[in-house]
Design a binder for this molecule. Structure first.
Ligand SMILES: Cc1ncc(COP(=O)(O)O)c(C=O)c1O
Length: 378
């Protein structure tokens, strides 16, 4: 049996998404910038997708810029804030995705931006009072905080932070790559400046996503060389990818509460079973439905002499998971997220992540393999 429990890394494409893309790939090869009928058809596919996504998120179509995915969108937002919006300080955390951490570091280096890393508790939560205290200083600021952490699942109180940023006149970027397609967004009500999306995290294709830019943030060109995306991102568009993204969004939001209930059921079942199997198991990050991303469960397992082989052995048994500690994954360096919350680096660590296609049978199989690994003490 092969069990894929690494859906935070990427998800299998929905068959309906594949079909929607095949239709585009086989029939619509026109360049969307061409003025003839072939080009106009291709352009219409892009603009219909944009309108559809905007409707789902309650924003204006012109506020969405299609990108090659989450990394590019995060880069664009941070770059725009510093080079176009006059930001002189970035407030963030050390446990953001590298698409943010490394981009912030490069701006700090190249543009002499002041960077402040917020304190975190053991579950990866920020302290809103600390943030408010910092925002109270009159410095043009970008706050960049991810909606859900991709390794430990802890959720940010997004609308509280958005309100606070508005109150103090700071720009707010949130990496929503792990939550887009998994939670409802009402961008008019949320009133945020930048959020990001990668289609491959919710059964869409890889290499496509978007950056939402609030119209009040008024950014200029990010990638020069063409008038595509209203001049903000030059380059011939990935038409099939964009159509696939819109289809993946449609499927994700069609039955969202049903998917949430199913996946949360699997996560809580797995937590219960693990607690039954191991006396000394712990979960990293927040774990309740309200405070954690329901698709991710980060497990800190009991010490074992040969924990270095844990992920490898599970893989041999057909169970695909990822892990954050150097000792489990065989990597030279452990995860910056586990380091950021000061997790015990010597304990084996496994991140199980689920999707709407994951079944209880698969969870049972994974648990059985894990139990066997420990019984044999490797
Ligand atoms: C939180 C987060 N941000 C950004 C990214 C990068 O997205 P992409 O793979 O589309 O570049 C990922 C993907 O791993 C992610 O989990």
């Amino acid at each position: 049996m092969n069990v894929y429990l690494d859906n935070a890394a990427t998800t299998p494409m929905a068959p309906e998404v594949v079909d929607s893309m095949i239709a585009v790939l086989s029939q619509h090869f026109g360049n969307p910038s061409s003025t003839h009928s072939f080009g106009r058809q291709a352009k219409a596919l892009i603009e219909n997708s944009r309108r559809y996504i905007a409707q789902l998120l309650n924003c204006a179509p012109s506020e969405l810029i299609f990108t090659s995915g989450g990394t590019e969108a995060d880069n664009m937002a941070i770059h725009a804030a510093v080079t176009q919006l006059g930001v002189k300080r970035i407030i963030t955390t050390s446990i953001e995705h590298h698409a943010v951490v490394h981009t912030v570091e490069s701006r700090q280096h190249n543009d002499a931006i002041d960077v402040v890393f917020l304190n975190l508790d053991q579950k990866g939560n920020i302290d809103l009072m600390e943030l408010e205290g910092l925002l109270n200083h009159n410095v043009p600021t970008l706050v960049s905080l991810m909606h859900a952490n991709n390794e430990i699942a802890t959720l940010l109180p997004l609308s509280d932070v958005a309100k606070m940023c508005r109150k103090y006149g700071a720009f707010f970027h949130s990496d929503t790559v792990q939550t887009m397609g998994h939670y409802q967004f009402d961008l008019k009500a949320l009133d945020i400046d930048f959020i990001t999306c990668a289609a491959h995290k919710f059964h869409g294709p890889k290499g496509v996503g978007f950056l939402y830019v609030n119209k009040n943030a008024r950014a200029n060109s990010f990638i020069h060389g063409g008038s595509q995306e209203r001049g903000l991102r030059g380059g011939t568009e990935n038409i099939a990818g964009i159509v696939g993204l819109a289809k993946a969004m449609e499927l994700a939001y069609e039955d969202l509460s049903k998917h949430q209930k199913h996946v949360w059921g699997l996560k809580s079942y797995m937590m219960d079973q693990l607690q039954g199997l191991f006396a000394d198991v712990a979960f990293l990050g927040e774990t309740s439905f309200e405070k954690s991303l329901y698709t991710v469960l980060n497990v800190s397992l009991p010490q074992s002499e040969k924990a270095g082989l844990l992920l490898f052995t599970l893989d041999l048994k057909g169970v695909a998971v990822s892990g954050g500690s150097a000792c489990t994954s065989g990597a030279a360096k452990g995860s910056h997220v586990l380091e950021g919350i000061k997790a015990n680096a010597s304990r084996p660590n496994a991140r199980f992540s689920f999707s709407r296609y994951t079944t209880k049978k698969e969870i049972d199989y994974a648990l059985k393999q894990l139990e066997e690994v420990y019984q044999k003490n490797l």
